[in-house]
Design a protein around this ligand. Sequence first.
Ligand code: PEP
Ligand code: MG
Length: 746
Amino acid sequence: MPERTESDSRKLLRRLRDTLATPAKGQERLDRITRLIAHSMGTQVCSIYLFRDSETLELCATEGLKAASVHQTRLKLGEGLVGRVARFGQPVNTGSAPAERGFRYMPETGEEIYSSFLGVPIQRVGEKLGVLVVQSREARQFSDDEVYGLEVVAMVLAEMAELGAFLGEGEAMARVHTRPVLFRGATGQEGSAEGRVWLHEPRVVVTNPVGDDPEKESARLAVAVAELREAVDRMLANALSTDADHLEVLETYRMFANSRGWMRRMEEDIARGLSAEAAVEKEQSSARARLEQASDPYLRDRLYDLDDLSNRLLRLLTGQGADTGAEMPENPVLVARNIGPAELLDYGRRLRGVVLEEGSVGSHAAIVARALAIPLVIHAQRITSEALNGDAILVDGDQGLVHLRPEETVAHAFRDKIAMQAEAQSSYASLRELPAVGTCGTHIALFMNAGLMADLPSLVGSGADGVGLFRTELQFLIRNQVPRRGELAAIYSRVMDAAGHRPVVFRTLDIGSDKVLPSMKPQDEPNPAMGWRAIRVGLDKPGILRMQVQALIRAAKGRPLTVMFPFIANRGEFLTARKILTDEVLREAAQGRTVPSQVEVGAMLETPSLAFAPQEFFDEVDFISIGGNDLKQFFFAADRENERVRRRYDTLDTSFLALLEQIIDRCARSDTPLSFCGEDAGRPIEAVTFAALGLRTLSMRPASIGPVKHLIRRVNLLDLKDVIDEARASGAESARAAVTGWLARQ
Ligand code: PEP
Ligand code: MG
């Protein structure tokens, strides 16, 4: 085989580009390309395999293999050497293909006479498009130089595919970004939405993968990299926070921006004939392929940093800023790798849905999405590579599914589901002014959970009796710095104004565990959920707690004030926390300020230990609210953030119901008001079960009030209590079957 030089490589790329410029059908182009590559590489075979769907590769063009096998030979992802290249996004280079692990013989191609095999992925920033293969009779490994040369060619093919170069009438191949794709993620917030994709960070489109003049391309790259370095230096200089982790991220950016290895590889790509932007993308693609294989979280984070930096560089080179001039569609569904809570709030209620590649149930973005009642699907892997601005998209937050560019039949069924949900919502609206009273005459107070100003309009709309849980940490989580006392007082005051005569229960800061303030250094704890969080932080470092209760006292402006402390595990913690609050009230009074007309102080019961606290605690506390999310995770020792176990134990498990009953009894003995404010309170079946056991106040997300009230009004809670007791007496592990069976018969 002839030695290949850089100028051979450039010549080949230019020819490839010419095929793009010449009008032709997709198939003709592919045929011409395989001929060109085989000729230029001096191999007998060159084949292009493209994805038909996300799992199947199809031989779409070949020079050297039997023509009859084109569009007939298919391989599954991971199958044979071609499938292996596609799965791992890495080249396979062997002098003896049949002896290679995983080789699969396909007689229809006539490939048995070719010994050597080199396959490279055709991929574009994480998006797998196909595999480019050269084969020859001679049993020899391809040189590093040849592998590299073929990778460069594959990069150009990827860009051509992106531009639709291989599309043709009726040709079912390489239909990039046109076919329907289903993403299986996880529920971040329930609800369904239909809309059009709005990418938080739009994809950069490279229209010129081939560079004519390497010197010019190299100079363009140098200018863009210099700009990038300056930008990173500026970011470091202006970094608002002195938080070590944030600075570390920026330092890593700087390190990458100055990395010689990265620059050298891009320079080499340019020397081979790629344009500056195609060179950036090529290195970004291989970083993404490595990212997929990396299990070390630190390494993954660094590869993400490199990815971000590559995107910035691409924007500088193409002039396509975050603002591409595209207009946000009327019914936008935000698609992003991840998004911060403040950015999500900026989009606000305009969004129909949100789909993230990362995120977690307790992430700040999920909390905001919940507050805005926007359906959210998390863990939708690779969706940012697949989706284009304006693509049709269906978000099924209940199942954690996303249909991108759905078939009409799927869209149709989905619309029916949305219409049914809307119908149910409007029927709930008619209940708004009616009380939640069971047919037995028992009244249940329904409160809402809140935490953002965006929640307040729901107070009236949902018909809530008040705010049963105001999660104050959200105001901290959406800012980069700890808010000032005056700012907080103004916010809390507006909340009380909006509530009017309805009570608001302010929960003091619940941080730690999954809720890490941007302004605080995350603690490296072996098990953060059971670590230094919530009231534990407040008691050990009372500065912020004091400031917060001062803000609450001032916000009340002489009105009654209700405060509860999160995560109280024993009586002592409650007494100490309450003393901080009462001391502040006394201090404010001593300074001549108006103090609340009445102060009620409660505890959240989120650890089983508190259910067994001495009776004095139940006598002393003004009220108790069960934080069922945490209580359940600790009762069953099943992490609420861990998808593998979080649904493993039923809330209606009779052991858990026994715990609830014990709490209800103890509160009843001391006449202590009791409520339940975890997510389960918003699930109608759970809600009526709690009510039947004796809970008289439930606090839930606003959208749940209608469905919960609807069910309570249909049910005789005394009869339901008998049903639950019977289930328990029969030894059932969970009361669910009995409860749902009985409800169905009502
Ligand atoms: C709970 O644990 O049930 C609760 C309401 O608190 P959070 O979900 O904010 O931890
Ligand atoms: Mg909690």
